[in-house]
Design a protein around this ligand. Sequence first.
Ligand SMILES: NC(=O)c1ccc[n+]([C@@H]2O[C@H](COP(=O)([O-])OP(=O)(O)OC[C@H]3O[C@@H](n4cnc5c(N)ncnc54)[C@H](O)[C@@H]3O)[C@@H](O)[C@H]2O)c1
Length: 361
Amino acid sequence: MVAPRRAAVIGCGRMGAFTSAGVRAHAPACWFPLAHAEAVVAHPGLDLVAVADMDAEAARRAAAAYGAARWFTDPLALLEEVRPELLCLATRTPGRAALIEAAIEAGVRALHVEKPLCNSVAELAALDALFARPDVHVTWGAIRRLLPPYRAALAESASGQHGRLLEVSVHMGAGRLFWTHPHSLDLLLFAAGERDVVAVSALLDGVETAPGEPLRILSDPGVAAAAMQFADGLVGRITRQPGCDLVLAGETGAVAVEADGHRLTRLSTAEGEGYPAWRPLPLSAEAAPVGTLAALLELTACLDGDVERCAANARWKRDILMAQRLLFAAVESNRRGGAAVPPDEVPAKLVIEAITAGRPA
Ligand SMILES: NC(=O)c1ccc[n+]([C@@H]2O[C@H](COP(=O)([O-])OP(=O)(O)OC[C@H]3O[C@@H](n4cnc5c(N)ncnc54)[C@H](O)[C@@H]3O)[C@@H](O)[C@H]2O)c1
């Protein structure tokens, strides 16, 4: 029998270890196991050997809850002493890029990291180079693309039954750029597939800059509206409509995932009707592994050398980097009054601290 791979979790808050009661009560079943530690212990090929949190009590509590043999308050000590093969990173964003770098330096080759990826364009440039390595596999907390309702919607749209895909919309209510919209952008890029992003335009509110430093954004701005142009004319939109929905609209109809995957619906015109109407679709009860476990299974398949999964992960790594770049481009667009900004026109010195109520995203 093959020995399980050594895994570790750094950051033992809600995403790392203890899913909030609200999410447990309301999110669809396909989101679970959601907490990284819970997903690690649900994975038959992983052994949770250690956890770390700078708050000793959080680390101790997570180690006890999930049976990790060791706990640390210093993530670098964990990396040095434990040398995990797979690492989950669920700290807040500041320092995340440096931890990813340190992990890869310590030999980690599979990382599941929370969103957003980093706070600055400079950090993103360093991650660009690291993610380009074919032996480094990365997934992130924007996991909807792995969940069955989203895959079903994308398959229906790709089947061509609604004609050519024209518009992808993500409705996330009053979401903030760094806290919420890595999810929206990951979905838009997933739906866009191989199409290149031409430009993003965005109108933000609540943008607070550091005194005398226009390129240092202190707040996590609200997104009033954002639009992405893709190479073949596809448009991606982020709106403030409440509900956590994804809508894939083609020439003759549409398919939507509503309420984070609670419902799947189709817009189509029935025989004899003059106008299309939304109708519910059955949600498949497939037994595929879901939640964060699905991401960890992708990563371990990559570590096992599964060529198809490695190719899929290379595409996801590209999308993760682009989603993060588009968060920066959205700020640049807003600085230019909502103008269309190509992703490579983000200022090299842009930093987004993304602080809300005293805490970073
Ligand atoms: N994927 C999702 O759906 C989703 C949902 C909520 C939050 N998030 C993201 O997940 C991340 C964590 O969010 P959360 O709600 O779990 O936060 P949290 O505050 O509940 O937990 C973060 C934990 O990380 C620890 N920590 C922070 N920096 C550390 C460091 N350098 N070394 C060791 N420990 C450190 C903190 O002590 C804390 O226990 C955030 O970046 C957030 O944006 C993702």
